[in-house]
Ligand binder design. Structure first.
Ligand SMILES: [Zn+2]
Length: 126
């Protein structure tokens, strides 16, 4: 089973997967415009180029962290930041993955120039 997992990860990495799935309801009932799970972008609306790039940055982050560790790190960092800020949305916007995505989503060439694990420099608290 782990071999299959790593085969899928490497296939995704080299194929630079980009699947957009239109849904009627958000899978977690939130107000988020889109959610990216394992490179699959679930959205209720057609995404603007900036929003698509935001999600593609998350796809790259997930791939380089081999997917499952990304989600684990994401949740742990959100919980830690919730304790620090005592505000769920402020914690969300300050997750390092989100900070990278929001700050770089307007740069059309960002993914071409981006270094692996670029999100690490966004770990510092603002
Ligand atoms: Zn995001």
């Amino acid at each position: 089973m782990p071999i299959l997992y790593f085969c899928i990860i490497f296939a995704c990495f080299y194929a630079r997967m980009r699947y957009i799935i239109n849904i009627k309801r958000h899978p977690f009932g939130g107000k988020f415009l889109a959610i990216n799970l394992f490179g699959f972008i679930f959205t209720r609306h057609e995404l603007l180029p900036r929003q698509l790039l935001h999600e593609l940055i998350h796809s790259r982050q997930q791939m380089e962290m081999l997917y499952l560790p990304f989600f684990l790190w994401y949740v742990v960092e959100w919980v830690v930041r919730c304790c620090v800020y005592r505000d769920r949305m402020k914690a969300y916007y300050n997750i390092s993955f989100e900070r990278e995505a929001y700050l770089c989503e307007k740069d059309e060439n960002y993914l071409k120039d981006r270094h692996m694990y670029a999100w690490i420099k966004y770990l510092r608290q603002s």
